[in-house]
Structure formats: C-alpha cells, structure tokens
Ligand binder design. Sequence first.
Ligand SMILES: Cc1cc2nc3c(=O)[nH]c(=O)nc-3n(C[C@H](O)[C@H](O)[C@H](O)COP(=O)(O)OP(=O)(O)OC[C@H]3O[C@@H](n4cnc5c(N)ncnc54)[C@H](O)[C@@H]3O)c2cc1C
Length: 409
Amino acid sequence: MELELSTDERLFKQSVHEFLSKELAPIWSDMDSKRSIPTELIHKMGEQGLFAIPVPEEYGGQGGSFFMAALAVEEVAYNDPAVATAVFTLLNNAWPYILYLYGSEEVKQEILPKVGRGRAFFGIASTEPSGGSDVAGERTYAVAEGGVYKVTGEKVYISGVREAMEQLELGSWYLIARTAPPETGHKGLTGFAFVGNRNGKRPTGFEYSILNTIGRHAISTGILRFKETPIEEKYVVGQVGRGFYVAMEGFSLARVLVSAANVGAAQWALETAVKYSRDRRLFGDRPIASFQGVSFPIAEVAARLEAARLLVYKAAQVADRIYIKKEPGLRPHDLDYWAAAAKMVAVETALTAAEVLMKTYGALSYTEEANVFRNLLGVLSYYVGAEGTQNIMRYIVARELIGRNYVKG
Ligand SMILES: Cc1cc2nc3c(=O)[nH]c(=O)nc-3n(C[C@H](O)[C@H](O)[C@H](O)COP(=O)(O)OP(=O)(O)OC[C@H]3O[C@@H](n4cnc5c(N)ncnc54)[C@H](O)[C@@H]3O)c2cc1C
C-alpha cells in the first residue's frame, strides 16, 4: 500500500483545493447562517467535476475513483468545516454509483449526467420514524399494479430535501420500500430511484417538509411522505427483494466518503487551533501554545488525525480494488469492515478536534462570530446519525472481526 499520494492524486487534490478556497472558503459560515447552499455554487462544483467522480464518463460521471472522490470530499469539508457541502458532495458520489451499478439504462441516462453537472441530486431515503438503525424493519411499502409501484410511508432525517426539490432540475433518492410482507424482513425490501422533482413537477401523493436541525444548516434535512405515490417499474434499482443488499453496498461506499469529510473538517479545526494558540497571548505576553494544557490536546488531535487519514485512504483504496479495478476474489462485502472502521475513527477524531478547538478559543468559541461552533455542530451530525451511528460502526467491525455467529445485531 502506498502511504503517499501519487503525483496525479496530489495535483487533483491541489486543483480542488484551489477552486474551493476561492468559491467555498470565503462563504461557508455565511451559508451556514443563511441556511442555504447557493444553486450557482452547486452548478460550479458540478462543472469542476466534484460529483459522480467514480461514475464512468459515458453516464456523465468523471470516470475517476473512490480514492479521488475521498480526496475531493476531504477538501470540500476543509473549506466548509460545517460540512454541509461535504454532505451534498459525498451523497452525490456514493449513491449515483449505486444507480450506475444497478439502475436500468434509461433511468441511469436520465439522472446520472445531470448529477455529474450539478443539475440534479441523488441521495438516500432509508430512515423511518420507527428507527434508522433497523433497516430490515422498515415499513414503507410498495405495491405493484400493472407496471407501476404505489408507495406509501414516510422517510425522516433525509439530507438534501430543499436542494433536491427546490434548487435543482431533478431531485431524487435511492428509496428503500417493502415489496413483501414484514415477516420477510430484509429479503422483502426493494430499492427504487425515486424522482421527487422533475423540472418543478412532483409525483402525485408525494409531499415533503424541512426539519429544524441544530447544525450543518446550509444543507437541509427533511421528511418525505408517500401516499400511493406511483413509481414506474423501470425505476427499480437492482432486483426486487434485493434492496437491502444494494443499500448496504451504498452505505459502505458512502461511509468511506463520510470519513473523508470528517478528516477534512478535523484538519480545519486543527489548523485553526494551532493558529489561535500561537496568536493568543496571556500571562506576560506568552502565547497560550506555551502551556502544555493547550498544546498537548492539539498534539493528540494531530496524531489521531494522521492515523485517521491513513485509515480513510486505505478504505478508499479497498473500494477501488473492488469496484474500479475489479480485483478477482474481492466482493462488495469486503468493504464493510474498512468503511465502518474508517467512519468510527474519523468521526470521533473530528469531534475531538472540534472540542479541542472550542477549548483553545475559550469564551470566544461561544460567540457566533468565531464560527467554530459551526464545525462542532456539523461533525456532531455524523456522531448521532447519518450513514449509520457510531454504535452500528462498532457492531459491523465486531461482526466482521469476530464472526456473524458470535456477534448479533
Ligand atoms: C443530519 C442528519 C442527516 C441524515 N441524513 C439521512 C439521509 O439522507 N438519509 C437517510 O436515510 N437517513 C439520514 N439520516 C438518518 C440516520 O442515518 C439515522 O439517524 C441513523 O441511521 C440512526 O437512526 P435513528 O436516528 O433512528 O436512531 P435509532 O436507530 O433509533 O438508534 C438510537 C440509538 O440506539 C443505538 N442503537 C440502535 N440499534 C443498536 C444496536 N443494535 N446496537 C447498539 N446500539 C444500537 C444507536 O446507535 C443510537 O445511539 C440523517 C441523520 C442526521 C442526524
């Protein structure tokens, strides 16, 4: 395994960094306080090639890799440490790839090129009011009626609802719904590419609303409600009854990129803490960095972050070996351990980095003007939920390490 970036990877990361330091870094805190990502920024990010990176060019993707997507997401989070645009970016890299793998040709051609250009959104609609961790227990159901499925149910805490429904030409999600009775468990679930917005038009029986969240405000989190909402058969993603397995592949790919976002956000927190520890002077003009109570926690964050980044890059390389290089003998399931381990470590590193930054700033951190609370509340979203909770990451790592027969969900 290479521990350094190749020349191409370094140049790619640098070009993304240069673009974002002009277009995103100057406005991230303003976006967070105004609770919106400008549509023009989404378009520009698309034109810069930041979405659908691993999707082949013939489907309007960038023909890149998950490693490149991880580098891009890391840079996006570094330049928007409230992580709103990182969420938008990671969703529109991982889930479009799932559509590319398992969607029908017609639907792929309808959605993917628009995602690649920043004109469409393709996220994930899994969580229900009855509990997000228990995907196999989901209740939203779809009934087949002459080539059309009628979907009824509710999805909550769904990222990107306003952006998908109000800002872009097309808004869509990988939607998980039950197509067989509840007793079939995970084998009764089917995945759909649900288009909620097509040039401002909504399907019948579909409504949405936006939740009042406490952080990463620039991207919305909302609720999708379905009442006999029609979805044509061609929008089934993968086989009927295989939706759970397809979702698990998508979650692992998304977790790799979530981890990259947390590495980028932690890097910003670390650098911001270092700068303040040098600049803030007390006790006879001494920089606070001269006190070990300030410098040691920063040193610990730096060391943990180096380790987290290597783990995230390793997970992205495993994703590429499975999906891009298609190495014989590797299966999608082989990513689960690495993706869960990476998310576990990266999210906790980012949260510690945010906490250390708050403490380094002292009372200043508690003001809106300092903006550092936006970083804390942004990364907190990945601690409490989003692509699986930290406990679920521990469960997956334990299951893969010790064995399914020993570790039960
Ligand atoms: C900002 C934000 C954005 C989100 N975006 C999306 C999105 O775009 N699409 C989407 O589908 N979902 C999204 N989610 C939902 C997210 O994925 C869920 O929060 C997550 O799956 C957990 O579900 P839950 O919140 O219902 O918690 P629950 O499943 O009710 O769990 C509650 C607590 O119990 C613990 N727990 C549950 N089961 C176990 C177990 N077997 N072992 C140990 N501990 C367990 C959990 O770790 C958690 O601490 C988002 C969430 C947030 C906060």
